[in-house]
Structure formats: structure tokens, C-alpha cells
Design a protein around this ligand. Structure first.
Ligand code: COA
Length: 373
């Protein structure tokens, strides 16, 4: 008999420091003033383009973001640095990415009443890995004291939902009974804080989801009714950082080695793709989309979520039906829909059917229909 996968618990680590739009724009505009003053002659001669200021009004209206958490606030806001900074750790110390992953994972295990020896596998599912190998997942596995196996996977903003389906498939196939899907997202490392179009977008966080076989799951778990993944190639969200960058050192630090997007195109192309996929999957599972008690959507843009939720539910969604966390977390890549689920799920009752859905670079879309027991 095929085992049924469930979500037993989630965990969340939120970095203590946070940057408001006001602080962010003040720093960005100081950088603009510095750049324009330093290049005044070249700008006057038409050789260099002057930079334009950012605005808090635009950021909140265009995205819904008001603030974001980061692992290191001061260097990000310093107009001479505008990047995260911390001391490099030795190979015998826990990596920073593993550290925050472990914090989220411990909370998920605690909430499920699990010990490390109960877990069979760890997936580190995130948009960026701190290094190529050894895998972040194996480091997290080791720090937690878990036996079995672990590996990294990257599907950008959809890493966590792709991780949940992968974990669910191990359980369905009988290869594991308890799988941790950990998503440490230190997005401040790939965000170009000097780019006016995107400097406000991302925030740092770590989440963890414990996917288990129903026969061992704790009380109050969530049945996974179905998972669906989809990818369609697009150049509209790109990050060209990689190990082959050293083959052309002259462009190694160019802006395309950080996050770059055509935000408006992404908005227009992804909204219909995601709504159609959710409706098709609901139909396949025999779930009336209008009966969905809650949608925990990817947290990139409040306007996108409004449109998707409207299409799925058939009416303007309330905050209760489609909760927002991007106002205080910004876009946390794959962790966004999991933060929303973690923070806004305790009030649902037995029998409530709901949806976790992510979308982003690739393009990639992942949906997980779940029902509270
Ligand atoms: N401050 C002030 N004005 C700004 C600005 C800033 N920081 N950044 C851009 N603008 C200006 C632009 O110059 C443009 O001006 P113009 O009309 O005079 O040319 C105008 O605002 C609109 O810019 P645009 O980039 O078209 O904004 P937008 O309304 O599309 O909003 C995003 C930008 C990124 C917030 C939005 O497109 C988005 O969230 N898209 C989805 C992204 C997504 O889901 N990505 C997944 C990533 S994981």
C-alpha cells in the first residue's frame, strides 16, 4: 500500500534586524548623490548616465513591501558597501546558511514532537547555496544529528514546494517516513542593493517543513491531497553567478551576476500561468476552488496575489483568505509561502482545505493542496 504524505509541522527563523522602506530609500538616495557627485564631470560631458533617486511611495504601491529582515543591516545600508558583510567562517565552523536552516528545522522538529533520529532525510531547498559542496543539506543533517541522506536542490522561488513534492514522493514510494525540507534564504547576498528597479525586493529568512508518512504523523497534521509542479523557461528573471564566471573574469562582478528581472513582464506572464495551474489541479483533485479556506501564496507582489486569489476564489480575497507576509518580510524567495503558512494556519479547523503555492524564476510554479486533520 502506498503511504500517504502529510505536513507534520513547520519552523521559522526570522533575523532580528529589519530595514524599513524609509531607511532603505535614504541609503539608496545617498548612494545616488555620491555617484552623481563623483561622476559630475563625466555626467556633464554626457559620458555617464546620472542615477535617479528611489521612492518609498513607489515601492509600497508597486509591491506592497514596507520592510524586510536582513542578516546584516549596517553594511547593506552603508552607501559605500551596499552588500552583506560578516566574518568569513572556518571550515570547522557551521556555515551561516546552515546555521539559520538548523534554527528553523529545530522548531519544526519540536512542534512535531520529533527527535533527530526520527528523521530519514534532509533537503536543503533554496534559491542560492553558499557553496557547491559539501551540500548545505548534509551540513544541516550533521548539525542536527540526523542519519540517512541529504542533498541540496534549487528551483529558485519554488524550491520549497518542489522540495515538498520530492519529500512526499519519497514517502509515497516508501523510501522515507520523515523528511525535513529546509529553506534558508539569504537573499541579501544576491540582491543588487544599487539597482533602483529591484533594491527593495528581497529579505532574509529560513523556513522548514516536516513532511511525514500519515501513520506516524502527530495529531493536527495536514494531509497532502496533491502536489503539482510546472516549469517553463524564461529569461525574465536571471542570476548569472556561477562557477564558470572565472572563465571570463572581466565580467565576473557585472550586475548580471546578481538578481535581475523584467518585473512587469514577470507579473503579466506569471499571474495567468499560476491561476490556470491552480484551477486545473483543483479540478484534478476534485476540490472546488471556491471552497478553499486559505491560499498561502508566494510572497513577491501584493497585486499579483490579489489577481491570482480573485481568479481562484471567484471574488476579491480577504486578508483572512489570502494572508500577506511580504509587507514585513518582502520577497523571501522560496520561503515566502511557507512563512505565510507557518504564521497563518493555527486557526484553521479539521476538514479545512487550503493551498500552498509558489512561483518565480525558471519560470517555476509549485502547488500543494492540503487538508487539516
Ligand atoms: N523608485 C521610484 N520609481 C521607480 C523605482 C524606484 N525604486 N523603480 C522603478 N521606478 C519607476 C520606473 O522607472 C518606471 O518609471 P516610468 O513609468 O517613468 O518609466 C515606473 O516606476 C514603473 O516601473 P516598473 O518597473 O514597470 O514597475 P512595476 O509597476 O512593474 O513594479 C515590480 C515593479 C518589480 C514591483 C513589479 O513589476 C513586480 O513585483 N513584478 C513581479 C516580480 C516577481 O514576481 N518576481 C519574482 C521574483 S522571485
Amino acid at each position: 500500500m502506498t503511504a500517504s504524505p502529510v505536513i507534520s509541522a513547520t519552523g521559522l527563523f526570522t533575523p532580528p534586524e529589519s530595514i524599513s522602506n524609509e531607511e532603505l530609500v535614504e541609503s539608496f538616495n545617498a548612494y545616488v548623490a555620491l555617484h552623481n557627485a563623483r561622476n559630475a564631470e563625466a555626467i556633464a560631458a554626457g559620458e555617464v548616465e546620472p542615477l535617479t533617486e528611489s521612492s518609498t511611495g513607489f515601492i509600497e504601491k508597486a509591491s506592497g513591501i514596507k520592510s524586510r529582515h536582513v542578516m546584516a543591516k549596517a553594511p547593506v545600508l552603508d552607501p559605500e558597501i551596499m552588500a552583506p558583510r560578516w566574518d568569513e567562517r572556518g571550515d570547522d565552523e557551521l556555515s551561516i546558511m546552515a546555521e539559520i536552516g538548523v534554527k528553523a528545522a529545530k522548531q519544526a522538529l519540536e512542534r512535531a514532537g520529533r527527535k533527530p533520529e526520527d528523521v530519514d532525510a534532509v533537503l536543503c531547498a533554496a534559491s542560492n547555496m553558499q557553496r557547491a559542496y559539501p551540500a548545505m543539506a548534509i551540513e544541516i543533517q550533521d548539525a542536527l544529528g540526523i542519519e540517512g541522506f541529504a542533498f541540496d536542490m534549487n528551483v529558485a522561488c519554488s524550491s520549497a514546494t518542489f522540495g515538498i513534492q520530492t519529500a512526499a514522493d519519497y514517502i509515497r514510494a516508501g523510501n522515507a517516513k520523515s523528511v525535513l525540507v529546509v529553506s534558508p534564504e539569504i537573499t541579501s547576498g544576491h540582491l543588487n542593493w544599487r539597482d533602483r528597479d529591484s533594491h527593495f525586493i528581497f529579505g532574509d529568512v529560513a523556513t522548514a517543513v516536516l513532511v511525514e508518512a500519515k501513520d506516524i504523523a502527530p495529531e493536527g497534521h495536514w494531509d497532502i491531497l496533491g502536489t503539482k509542479l510546472k516549469t517553463v523557461f524564461s529569461n525574465n528573471i536571471r542570476n548569472n553567478a556561477g562557477f564558470l564566471n572565472r572563465a571570463h573574469p572581466e565580467t565576473r562582478d557585472a550586475p548580471d551576476k546578481l538578481f535581475v528581472q523584467e518585473g512587469r513582464k514577470v507579473f503579466k506572464e506569471v499571474v495567468p500561468m499560476v491561476s490556470a495551474m491552480i484551477l486545473e489541479e483543483a479540478d484534478r483533485l476534485g476540490v472546488d476552488p471556491k471552497s478553499l479556506r486559505r491560499l498561502w501564496l508566494h510572497q513577491a507582489n501584493a497585486g499579483m496575489n490579489r489577481l491570482i486569489a480573485h481568479k481562484v476564489l471567484g471574488h476579491e480575497a480577504s486578508e483572512d483568505e489570502s494572508p500577506t507576509v511580504l509587507d514585513t518580510y518582502a520577497n523571501t524567495s522560496s520561503a515566502g509561502s511557507i512563512i505565510a503558512f507557518h504564521k497563518h494556519s493555527e486557526d484553521l479547523g479539521a476538514g479545512d482545505t487550503a493551498l500552498i503555492c509558489s512561483f518565480g524564476a525558471g519560470y517555476s510554479v509549485g502547488s500543494v493542496f492540503i487538508r487539516k486533520t
